[in-house]
Design a binder for this molecule. Structure first.
Ligand SMILES: [Zn+2]
Length: 217
């Protein structure tokens, strides 16, 4: 993507406003999957994106940048490109290679998949993560379920967190531009079906620091 695509994305999104920034676009190998972010420093607007974006069509890239802009300026707008981008992200898991696994996480996943999802969820990547702020995470852009190492010795809580992340994989996100809803009503209803959910939620609150879901692309 060239800096002028950032200008183009902005102009289509906010035709009523002049583009008054210095546009910078940076591809980076440090991003996983199709992650990207946007930063404004002074009058410089920088989009950093995973290298993999190079292979994706311009229309979808424009939508991705517009989605970032909408979140940066906290102003809802709806464009064809954003819709295109959201449907791309919903299906990107199909194209993501499955390279990372872990026997314990995979086994927990398979058990829950049988028990609660009629074996309908396809197996994602699995990984452990450090840090204490997040107990679990589903990364859409890499189709990876990440579980905190702090849960490694607590199979009961680990399974509960895994179930939550599996629901993210099942429900994806509601496609409202600029405001992705991770925990829809349907999601919460499914979550409550887990046996003993409220007790486990309490245990999680005691054991854990605040539970934060990060949005990673
Ligand atoms: Zn969540």
């Amino acid at each position: 993507m060239r800096p002028d695509l950032l200008v183009e994305a902005f102009n289509e999104l906010y035709p009523d406003r002049p583009f008054s920034f210095t546009p910078v676009v940076r591809y980076s190998g440090k991003f996983k999957g199709f992650n990207a972010n946007i930063k404004m420093r002074g009058s410089t607007l920088t989009v950093s994106l995973a290298k993999q974006w190079r292979q994706i069509s311009k229309d979808i890239q424009l939508g991705m940048v517009q989605d970032l802009l909408v979140r940066l300026f906290k102003e809802k707008r709806d464009t064809t490109n954003i819709r295109l981008y959201l449907s791309f992200m919903k299906n990107v898991h199909l194209a993501v290679p499955k390279t990372k696994t872990d026997p314990f996480l995979a086994e927990t996943f398979e058990r829950l998949n049988r028990e609660f999802f009629d074996d309908m969820l396809e197996t994602p990547n699995f990984d452990w993560m450090d840090g204490t702020r997040t107990v679990g995470l589903y990364e859409y852009g890499t189709d990876t379920i990440l579980i905190s190492k702090h849960l490694a010795r607590d199979p009961e809580l680990l399974a509960y967190v895994m179930y939550h992340e599996m629901l993210h994989k099942k429900h994806k996100f509601a496609s409202k531009p600029g405001r992705q809803c991770h925990h829809s009503r349907a999601f919460r209803e499914d979550e409550a079906k887990y046996p003993d959910a409220s007790r486990l939620e309490q245990r999680l609150g005691r054991v854990r620091l605040p539970r934060v879901l990060r949005w990673l692309f």
